[in-house]
Design a protein around this ligand. Sequence first.
Ligand code: HPA
Length: 272
Amino acid sequence: MLEKIKETAQYLQKYVDEPIQWGIILGTGLGSLADEIDVRHRVSYKEIPNFPVSTVEGHHGELVFGYLGGKYVMALSGRFHFYEGYSMDKVTYPVRVMKLLGINRLVVSNAAGGINPAHEIGDIMLIEDHINMIPEHPLRGKNIDELGPRFVDMKDAYNPQMIAAVEEIAKKADIKVCKGVYLALQGPTFETQAEYSMVARLGGDAVGMSTVPEVIVARHMGIEVFGVSIITDLGLPGKMMNVSHEEVQKIGRVATPKVIFLVKELVRTYNK
Ligand code: HPA
């Protein structure tokens, strides 16, 4: 697999105009973050050797290279979900490639169901930690020693200094944010009432179907991670609602400008 990753990175190297520090994965409803990038190169997944191609509506399927907050970044517009049928290797492939292209910081965003009683629809939750309940681990199998260790330390998987920086940015801009634990399930069904209750009892504040595989692989390679969820629906007893992909995308879009602002300011100002 390492040879394939190297081949892909080699192909993309021509778009690396300057050293890239930040990679960004744009989740459901957050695709328009890409519009904020002063784009230098757009590369369709279809033209990239060994790259998977995305199938979900609302996910574009291109890599964007350009400037955000004055920094040269690469963004993944359209991610790969395990529920689509991709292997974990494919789901996390872009993160491997990003690392070979030089990134050491990753921003991941997603839409999620809220289970914390304090949550309201449209809330922005900074991910403090995760619980992985997707029934396959992205690091299962032979370890690629060149990329990272067999056993990966997951303490502070979500960089506490980045979280503190974003809290400060949010406070100054009067943007309400909360913090919590993201629990990942396979999907593609949204949760039943009983499942939302289970997630809450297990210690999740929000539940979704993505992000965790990419974060695990990023941590395997020593990439610092900042993660953010937009709470697009609620699974609380008494507040549970019907959920649809369209509704998730609609609510996601409403919160997007605030998330964009936070991410842009983080990239612009973070200097640790
Ligand atoms: N559950 C799982 N995934 C989701 C949800 C949810 O309630 N909302 C957005 N993505």
